[in-house]
Design a protein around this ligand. Structure first.
Ligand code: 5RP
Length: 220
């Protein structure tokens, strides 16, 4: 069994019986949705709040009940993956361009679980952090960050000219940040008016990280 499938099967017990489930975005989440589709009670009895259009489409394909965050109903549990987790337990998300709604759901959910392969546990000194910014201000923010000494790349869309546009209509910058400065950066960068959110998920945004590998090893 591959690690994504193993993780999806493993977290079933955390999701079973939960009336409202918030759910992230990406390949791990796609695998999770596929696995969940085999569980009649979750498919019939749970309501899902999706963190992206992609995930909403995927949930609808399998006949899950999807509700809008506009309902104001807060998930009892939020489940998602991440691009990397540092040795200090800080996650980076937004590799797929979804980070804002993911952070909103993680913040407003009662219990937050993140799943990923051991290979996502990285010990690197400089990390690319996705930063979601108001599109028209893209170059102002880029210049401001460069002035502050950061290396900044505009995230390009695949197969089209120009920056990638998020589900929220915003652009994404990838900013190189020192490992030890991630949580400080997350707070200070939002002092720039056009910056909406970053893909840094510090400890207050999760309750559990579960890691697995192809050999069947699982660690919480
Ligand atoms: C999307 C995300 C994803 O959680 C992250 O990119 C991991 O994705 P995958 O499961 O495909 O490895 O933050 O923006």
């Amino acid at each position: 069994m591959d690690a994504k499938e193993l993780l999806a099967t493993y977290v079933l017990s955390y999701l079973k019986g939960k009336k409202v489930i918030g759910i992230g975005t990406g390949r791990t989440v796609r695998k999770l949705i596929e696995v969940l589709s085999g569980d009649d009670s979750i498919r019939k009895d749970s309501l899902f709040i999706a963190s992206s259009i992609d995930t909403e489409i995927e949930l609808s394909k399998y006949g899950f009940n999807v509700i809008s965050p506009l309902s104001g109903i807060q998930p009892l549990v939020y489940i998602d993956s991440f691009d990397l987790v540092t040795k200090n337990g800080i996650m980076i998300k937004g590799g797929g361009g979804a980070l804002l709604r993911e952070k909103v759901l993680a913040y407003f959910s009662e219990y937050r679980i993140f799943i990923g392969e051991f290979s996502k546990l990285k010990d690197i000194k400089i990390i690319d952090v996705p930063v979601e910014v108001i599109s028209i201000s893209l170059n102002y923010v880029k210049k401001e960050l460069e002035k502050r000494g950061f290396n900044v790349k505009v995230r390009e869309g695949t197969g089209k000219i120009g920056p990638i546009i998020s589900d929220n209509g915003n652009a994404i910058l990838d900013v190189s940040v020192k490992d030890e400065d991630l949580c400080k950066f997350d707070k200070t960068v939002k002092e720039i008016p056009a910056v909406i959110e970053t893909g840094v998920f510090c400890k207050e945004l999760y309750d559990k990280i579960i890691l697995a590998d192809e050999q069947g090893k699982i660690e919480e």
